[in-house]
Write a protein that binds this ligand. Structure first.
Ligand SMILES: Nc1ncnc2c1ncn2[C@@H]1O[C@H](COP(=O)(O)OP(=O)(O)OP(=O)(O)O)[C@@H](O)[C@H]1O
Length: 790
């Protein structure tokens, strides 16, 4: 059992460009803990906090200041917890802080750069790396991902549901058994056999979370998320199984309702969040108090789920995320206060070992049989019946295998049956006295033939015997060599398969188009970077709503939206990076192939030498065969060198593969976000348009457009309009005499002056409304851009 207080860390978020830093200082020296001192100016203190104190001092296990990088956070906080989980203890890491203070960034990571990966992907990577290295145990890993929103739990990993709303996800409920153990009904446990599978599940959960969130429910801020890794391990042959869990928790924003200034639905929501965080605080206060018999875990779903992590069987670490700009200083102080209370909680982590009953039964059965055998031997109670023909044949086979086995440690195990043991002795005696193996038979036959033809020549017979013995030896040597070479060839084939399987996996998992596809190497078959712009045409979210079809106008608008979206730079950057990585991995793949062929060549040379030396030994039997061969030694050293460089390159290859997969997931995420943003923006624009001018689409043939569009229309493809007609006041039903009418040439027009135009008006009111909404939206963007440039 390990008794330990919860380790509490603080992480200060870097200040934004327009933010003004509050006054704080970090001192790392004090009695191994770090201390954080926050100074609030007197006027601010009057305004924001209730008392008049100016300086607040808090102690943490360690404080990570603004420039702390994600890898340092992982190494210092998450790695020790992950190590405990691998050893069979439960672990929890949770982030607490106000909205925007960096909880998600710390736990999951940023969406922009590979180096921004947070604790979850890094922990998964670490855990699977360690599992791969440890061959002494058999490990199984599962993951689950739970979201708690307004006191309801949702399963983010259910493969049967495609979520478009949070309510579509399976609802998770809490069950408590008679031993007061908590069980989560409906929360799926998904097996992940490697890092890639686990990351895909994380991505699926994050995507479900993002898709299910609505403007009313910015899930990231207003829900709690718990990603759990379940590890079980067992030594081969042992009946003891270790099961441990690692909870990685991203809590909802901790700001006070009064400050958020929200009402209506958001207020209810904020109350729920505050209530669940309030219950969390109550549990923590109760745990921090000595001799409290009742801890109010049952008050909220979150405290019920995290029951073990708080004051129970768990190694727990908390990260207080602080936003240290002037406006948020009071929230940071309350986060620190919360953290100080958490730091008082003591947990008692125990090794989660249990006996697997099925394995126990198998083991006990074997033990009983062994004991029965032993008993029979000791008591002399032996069976007296004759051995059956089948049993005798089996024994003959066993004896033959035993005699042929050159291993000095091999044994002949016939069980504790004296009849069998006796038979073995008799059989062996016979063999000794009258050899009957085929070779010996052959030998004796040959000898007798020789005797027949040359009976008087005893000397000759001896010579022939010697020669035969010599040939026997040669055959044995060559057979052994052949076996060794066969094994080496199999090993090489296995390596080749493993590595080409890796390339195939990579190829399948990275469906990206590179321009260069001609190279014959295994890596060259990697498909290059998928063109992002072409893939976005799929627009799954919007097309889901429109029954699978998207109007041309909408797609065109998306192209413009995408170009101007803030994330397009990120996408471009990642695309470039991905291309670079692909070039690198391709080059590495080619080099790996080269090294592999070189190793095979060297092995071939060694085989050649073996054959030559064996032939030499046959023609002139001497000590030659056993002599040290410097050439072979040199070849072996070369092989070792090549193997080393192969291993280094292969490790880099694996690293690159993980990086590429991560980058692809990031791109997918950004893409989804962009599509969602577009969806919201598009429907708003369409709504505004209809409100401003419901009669805008007046007939299938004629469309009225207002002056502010003209400019943007002219920016469209130059052949968009051949004629634009100004509408006279009396023609304009809305009385807007500065509006302009143009007609669709593909339809029979009412106005004789109207001439042809390639504007994609379809006559379908919905499609045309889409087109116009796009025109207007585009105009707005251009105007906004124009204003920004000014
Ligand atoms: N240490 C950091 N370095 C760089 N950027 C950061 C850091 N911490 C947070 N950010 C950025 O600040 C923004 C807000 O962070 P984040 O979403 O993680 O906050 P949060 O506390 O999870 O908020 P919420 O409660 O709304 O989920 C994000 O754009 C994130 O990339």
């Amino acid at each position: 059992m390990v008794k330990e207080t919860i380790r509490v860390y603080a992480r200060v978020k870097p200040l934004g460009r327009r933010q003004q830093a509050g006054s704080y200082s970090v001192d790392d020296e004090e009695d191994l803990l770090s201390s954080l001192e926050i100074t609030v100016p007197r006027d601010l203190a009057d305004g924001f906090v209730n008392n008049k104190r100016e300086t607040y001092k808090f102690k943490f296990q360690k404080i990570f200041d603004q420039e702390a990088k994600q890898d340092v956070i992982f190494d210092s906080i998450a790695k020790p917890v992950a190590e405990c989980v691998l050893a069979g203890y439960n672990g929890t890491i949770f982030a607490y802080g106000q909205t925007g203070s960096g909880k998600t960034f710390t736990i999951t990571g940023g969406a922009e750069r590979y180096s921004d990966r947070g604790i979850i992907p890094r922990t998964l990577s670490y855990i699977f790396d360690q599992l791969q290295k440890d061959s002494s145990k058999v490990y199984t890993t599962h993951v689950s991902y739970l979201e708690i929103y307004n006191e309801c739990g949702y399963d983010l990993l259910d493969p049967r549901h495609e979520a478009s709303r949070l309510e579509d996800l399976p609802k998770v409920t809490i069950m408590e058994d008679s031993d007061q153990n908590i069980h989560l009904k409906n929360l799926s446990l998904q097996q992940a056999t490697n890092e890639e599978e686990a990351l895909n599940l994380l991505f699926l959960g994050d995507t479900n979370r993002m898709i299910a969130e609505t403007p009313m429910n910015q899930a990231s801020s207003r829900s709690h998320c718990i990603f759990t890794v379940h590890v079980s391990s067992k030594e081969p042959g042992s009946a003891t199984v270790r099961r441990s869990k690692l909870h990685l928790v991203d809590l909802a924003g901790s700001e006070r309702v009064a400050k958020t200034g929200v009402g209506g639905h958001l207020l209810t929501e904020a109350k729920y969040i505050n209530l669940s965080l309030h219950y969390l605080e109550q549990v923590i206060i109760a745990l921090a108090e000595k001799n409290r018999s009742h801890i109010p875990y049952r008050n909220s779903m979150m405290t019920s789920v995290l029951r073990d992590s708080l004051g129970g069987n768990c190694m727990t670490a908390m990260i207080a995320t602080l936003s240290i700009d002037k406006r948020n200083i009071d929230e940071s102080i309350s986060t620190c206060r919360f953290a100080q209370r958490v730091a008082l909680i003591k947990n008692e982590a125990v090794l989660n070992e249990e006996i697997d009953p099925r394995l126990m039964i198998v083991q006990l059965k074997k033990e009983i049989q062994d004991l029965k055998d032993e008993l029979e031997l000791v008591t002399g109670k032996q069976r007296t019946s004759e051995l059956s023909q089948e049993e005798l044949l089996q024994l003959d086979e066993l004896i033959e295998t035993f005699l042929k086995d050159n291993d000095p440690d091999s044994t002949l195990d016939v069980g504790a049956d004296m009849r069998k043991i006796k038979y073995c002795f008799i059989h062996m005696k016979q063999l000794m006295n009258h050899p009957t193996t085929s070779d010996k038979k052959l030998l004796s036959q040959n000898i007798s033939e020789e005797e027949d033809t040359n009976k008087e020549s005893g000397e000759e017979l001896e010579k022939l015997k010697d020669l035969l013995q010599q040939r026997d030896n040669e055959i044995n040597i060559l057979v052994n060599m052949l076996k060794k070479e066969k094994k080496k060839a199999q090993d090489a084939l296995f390596q080749l398969n493993a590595s080409s399987a890796c390339s195939t996996v990579l190829e399948q998992s990275l469906p990206i188009n590179l321009e260069d596809r001609q190279s014959p190497s295994s890596c060259s078959s990697l498909k290059g970077a998928k063109d992002f712009s072409s893939s976005v045409h799929r627009l799954p979210l919007l097309s889901r709503q429109t029954g699978g079809k998207m109007s041309l106008g909408c797609q065109e608008a998306f192209e413009v939206f995408k170009r101007d979206h803030a994330d397009s730079i990120t996408i471009e950057d990642n695309k470039q990076l991905l291309k670079q990585r692909f070039a690198e991995i391709k080059c590495l793949g080619e080099k790996l192939n080269e090294v592999r062929s070189k190793i095979n060549c060297l092995k071939g040379e060694i085989t050649q030498r073996h054959i030559q030396r064996a032939a030499l030994a046959v023609s002139s039997p001497s000590e030659e065969l056993n002599m040290f061969d410097p050439v072979e030694e040199k070849l072996r050293m070369q092989i070792e060198e090549e193997k080393k460089s192969y291993k280094t390159m292969f490790n880099r290859f694996k690293g690159l593969k993980v990086e590429i997969e991560h980058l692809q997931l990031l791109m997918e995420k950004v893409k989804m976000k962009m599509q969602k943003d577009f969806e919201v923006w598009w429907s708003e624009e369409a709504k505004n348009l209809q409100q401003e001018k419901p009669e805008m689409v007046t007939s299938p043939n004629t469309v009225t457009v207002y002056p502010q569009f003209i400019k943007s229309l002219q920016h469209l493809s130059t052949n968009s309009f051949s004629e634009i007609t100004r509408v006279s006041p009396n023609e304009d039903p809305a009385g807007k005499n500065n509006s302009i009418t143009f007609s669709n040439p593909t339809l029979k027009t009412r106005t004789p002056q109207s001439s042809s135009t390639s504007i994609p008006l379809t006559g379908d009111s919905q499609a045309d409304a889409d087109i116009l909404a796009f025109m207007k939206a585009r105009q707005r963007i251009l105007q906004r851009k124009g204003l920004e440039n000014k």
